[in-house]
Design a protein around this ligand. Structure first.
Ligand SMILES: [Zn+2]
Length: 231
């Protein structure tokens, strides 16, 4: 199609990226799931070229892996990558928390109040997807409130990768964020107590990481000469 504005293509690719990222973040698509282009085209009423472009962008973001001859799969981060993602979250979320002023908290009071209400409601119910969504929404909300688009974009990527990591390495199936820690961070931010907000956030992220089983290193070293001798 000639003359279709570039922006509409970009918007369409972004729509597909958002839908796939959401499905991954909510554990509807598990690590290692094959992402068959034709099925995505069908499910999202999208154009095949746009789906391909979206998958390539997600591959650059380490959310999808594209394997020659096998096509696209939902990424399966290694234990080492999982540790790096959590180290990055500590750095980024510390930066986010440090840049949120009490004025910004006041400006976003409605959204914060609604979120606290929804998070409590979700954690008191049993819809696991809803709980996962609300708990991760807390972190994304702080990214928005801080007003730094670069920090919030990096965080959005790290949050999707965290969902993959939780799906792969979480020791038990209980959603991991503690809501009272979330609320303590919000209280500290409203009071302008950055020191406390940063301390609770870092402890919170340490706690999330400690619930993961990251000891299992990848395949043990194999001596190929020995394994292949006599064949
Ligand atoms: Zn949390």
């Amino acid at each position: 199609m000639v003359g279709k504005p570039q922006t509409s293509k970009q918007a369409e690719v972004q729509r597909i990226i958002d839908a796939l990222s959401r499905a991954i973040a909510q554990h509807r698509l598990r690590p290692g799931t094959r992402l068959v282009e034709a099925q995505i085209v069908d499910a999202l009423k999208a154009n095949r070229n746009h789906v391909q472009a979206a998958l390539q962008r997600l591959a650059l973001q380490r959310i999808v892996t594209i394997e020659p001859n096998r096509g696209a799969l939902v990424a399966q981060p290694s234990a080492a990558e999982a540790r790096d993602v959590f180290a990055a979250r500590r750095a980024i979320e510390r930066g986010i928390v440090e840049s949120i002023t009490p004025e910004a908290m006041r400006r976003h009071r409605q959204r914060v109040t609604t979120h606290v209400h929804n998070e409590r409601k979700a954690t008191n119910a049993t819809d696991r997807r809803e709980i996962v969504r609300e708990l991760s929404e807390f972190h994304l909300m702080l990214g928005d409130i801080c007003g730094n688009r670069v920090l919030s974009e990096i965080l959005a990527n790290l949050m999707v990768r965290s969902s993959l990591i939780v799906a792969l390495y979480q020791r038990n199936d209980v959603p991991s964020c503690a809501s009272d820690e979330h609320e303590e961070i919000l209280d500290a931010l409203s009071e302008g107590d950055h020191e406390r907000a940063v301390r609770v956030m870092v402890e919170h992220l340490d706690e999330l990481e400690s619930q993961l089983d990251l000891e299992d290193e990848s395949a043990p070293e194999v001596d190929l000469r020995e394994a292949l001798s006599g064949l």
